[in-house]
Design a protein around this ligand. Sequence first.
Ligand code: ACO
Length: 333
Amino acid sequence: MNRRTIITGTGHYVPPRIVTNFDLEKLMSTSDEWIQQRTGIKTRHHVEPGVGSSDLGVEAAARAIAAAGIDKSSIDFLIAATVSPDYTFPGIGVQIGAKLGIPGIGALDVRNQCTGFIYGLSIADQYIRTGMYKRILLVASEVQSTNLNYSDDGRDTAVLFGDGAAAVICEPHEAEDGRGLLSTHLWADGRFVETLWQPYPTVKDKPYVNQAVIDNKLAFPRMDGKKVFVNASERMPEAVMTGLTANGLTVADIDLLIPHQANDRISQMVAKKLQIPLEKVVRNIDRYGNTTAASIPLALDECVLEGRVKPGDLVVLASFGSGFTWASAVLRW
Ligand code: ACO
């Protein structure tokens, strides 16, 4: 029996407040022109105080459940990917299960930053193919706007990130029609931890939360933007090629490539290296910024809603992020 995982429903949710580059100009020394030229971003969404990534995740999950046309009580496992959980512990998986009204099922939190969705999809795929679970809710959700340094020394990262969530329902597919998830490939290289990370607060400090962390503005994400840019532009095309080759496919077979929306220049570079026409590359960073784990499923759901993806299409997902971690997934939609 050839059992594959298929995505039967998708959904996304972003908080209503839109923050433009002009809004950011009022907080730090930046400009709409610089941000658009270097990143392609025009707007992003920010939450109101009191809203967490579990809240956005619940909204996205409800939409994915409705799109799949299923009863939420039939979901037998939950996977949540985020870099920005509501609390240090527990993770948002258990919260999303409770807030959705489906407490009791297993809930796993994935901590793989920008590649969290593909790592989560890979985990869901193993459970589905072994028959352990039959209906998995995979949610990726981020609230990053509350943890950015909106001053000149944080402007390289503050302009990039946005808040948002997206979810998919994964189920088994046994029809011999070629549809379903064909492969996932995952990589990590911890030698680059310090190239893109948030080192504070750290359990290595005693006390964990201390005044020096606040005074020295240490509790913010940091990165070596150029190094991230170069590595993302190289690893994502490699990840795509590995996925295609494993399935006996070529770039010409791709109908839709959904790269992690880190920076539009990175997406264009990935397209150039793969020699794939830009029309086949999904790019929505202009409206959302980088929503980390949520960026790929958010883009996927927009494609579904716009009718940009049809049954039988070859859809390839590729991501790169903190860790470094990187990953690809090949799906016959
Ligand atoms: N507004 C205005 N000027 C800025 C800003 C800003 N928001 N941020 C940085 N600058 C300045 C720098 O200080 C620098 O000034 P200097 O020349 O006086 O020193 C100048 O602009 C040029 O900076 P560079 O770092 O050379 O600019 P670059 O073209 O590399 O673009 C960027 C910076 C956009 C951060 C880019 O390196 C990038 O996108 N890297 C990838 C990082 C990324 O995607 N991170 C997201 C998380 S990881 C992921 O999702 C894959």
